[in-house]
Design a protein around this ligand. Structure first.
Ligand code: C2E
Ligand code: CA
Ligand code: CA
Length: 389
């Protein structure tokens, strides 16, 4: 079969190098990453830099699954040897998503890139060196293959808000909650990881996010002790011209104090349209709303540019927090993030806290707020309300 398979190759531990050795070493590390990816590409393949830590390779004439498996093995071998910088060895953490063509047609590369991005999330989450995501069967879960299915579920009221407590690191009292969506599917409760990646850039994600904003404000308006409510905003919604008027309408409709609302965004929003995003965030802040930068530490631009962002809180990604006690490098990164954030008067939230030793260490290191299963899994509104009284 002719055609190309799209491979999206990402390295995701470059910030470890930055934290340990600084900017110049980060550049050496990323150069070596680029060099090895270019060795992976053959004559006739196309190599495109997507981000400094992410490359897209269009593998010409390579379409059969056996060939793709071989390409995956080749890539793994290329990254077997650690990258040496100033006598220190770093094992590169590399994940790849392969998206083969369908029936001789490469299809829309933009669409394939989106599929590859969501497959990378899967590879990272399950720590698999590579995943192959067929376009025809790309939506692993049958129900989400048809957006209409989700629309119907939405109309049937199958989407329900859950809330996870955020506690003060010292007092351990609940000061806020993050609103997290669940799909009460007839076959069981589904977490957002099972449907949100497939909805990226679709209008339904916008409707779901609006639903989250409105229903969490409606539910939390009368909660005792007025905890703050954090809502995740999809990057696309940030650029929606109706965002600001809709948010302020919702605040006045539910008589919800703006300073109790926290909007969580990820760096992706920043990368796509940094100037516009900054302006929108500034406008939201001028309404009194707080902004939190989510999953901090895993994106590329983070440590270098976060100073300039109109952000009140940084949420340290769970991947650093869960290895805190066992990986000295992660501990250094977390400490560096906390100190940098405090230097520019941002608060720090550590997510994914699963035990007391991790909680105490984070408290000692100066984290302001803690979130994680240790303090409570996401729960329904009535259960959280009980904890607040
Ligand atoms: P997130 O914003 O990073 O949310 C934190 C995730 O970590 C949640 O997963 C939460 O259940 C999980 N978590 C919290 N503490 C722990 C812990 O101690 N250990 C472990 N292993 N996990 C913990 P969840 O609920 O599956 O949500 C996944 C992602 O889906 C969220 O990541 C967020 O990006 C997105 N999401 C959730 N609800 C919404 C929504 O209403 N709108 C939008 N746009 N995105 C949403
Ligand atoms: Ca979040
Ligand atoms: Ca997060």
């Amino acid at each position: 079969m002719t055609g190309t398979t799209l491979a999206l190759v990402e390295i995701d531990n470059h910030n470890e190098v930055f934290a340990a050795l600084g900017q110049a070493s980060l550049e050496i590390f990323l150069d070596e990453f680029a060099e090895r990816v270019s060795r992976f590409a053959r004559d006739g393949d196309e190599l495109i830099k997507v981000q400094p830590n992410k490359y897209c390779v269009l593998l010409n004439g390579l379409t059969e699954s056996v060939q793709i498996e071989l390409a995956g093995a080749k890539l793994a071998r290329l990254f077997e040897a650690p990258i040496t910088i100033v006598d220190e060895e770093f094992k590169a953490s590399v994940h790849t998503a392969f998206v083969p063509p369908v029936a001789k047609q490469n299809g829309n590369n933009r669409r394939r890139l989106q599929i590859a991005e969501s497959a990378l999330i899967e590879a990272r989450t399950h720590n698999r060196p590579y995943v192959i995501r067929d376009q025809s069967s790309d939506l692993a879960c049958v129900d989400v293959r048809r957006p209409r299915e989700i629309e119907l579920a939405f109309e049937r009221g199958e989407f329900v808000m859950y809330y996870q407590p955020l506690v003060h690191a010292g007092y351990r009292s609940i000061t806020g909650a993050e609103a997290l969506m669940r799909w009460h599917h007839p076959e069981g409760v589904r977490a957002p990881g099972e449907f949100i990646p497939y909805l990226e850039r679709s209008a339904i994600l916008n409707s779901l996010t609006w639903f989250t904003l409105k229903s969490s404000m409606a539910q939390a308006a009368d909660w005792p002790n007025a905890p703050s409510i954090s809502v995740n905003l999809s990057p696309l919604l940030i650029l929606d011209p109706d965002l600001i008027p809709n948010v302020s309408d919702a605040l006045s409709l539910f008589d919800f104090p703006a300073d109790r609302l926290v909007i969580e965004i990820t760096e992706d929003a920043m990368i796509e349209n940094p100037e516009r995003t900054k302006n929108v965030l500034q406008e939201l802040r001028s309404l009194g709303i707080q902004i939190a930068l989510d999953d901090f530490g895993i994106g590329y631009s983070s440590l270098a540019s976060f100073r300039e962002l109109p952000v009140d809180k940084l949420k340290i990604d769970r991947s650093f927090v869960s290895n805190l006690l066992t990986h000295p490098r992660d501990k250094n990164i977390v400490k560096a993030i906390i100190d940098l954030a405090h230097a520019v008067e941002m608060k720090v939230v550590a997510e994914g806290v699963e035990d007391e030793p991790t909680a105490s260490l984070l408290q000692e290191m100066g984290a302001d707020l803690l979130q994680g299963y240790y303090f409570g899994k996401p729960m329904q509104a009535a259960d959280l309300e009980k904890l607040l009284t």
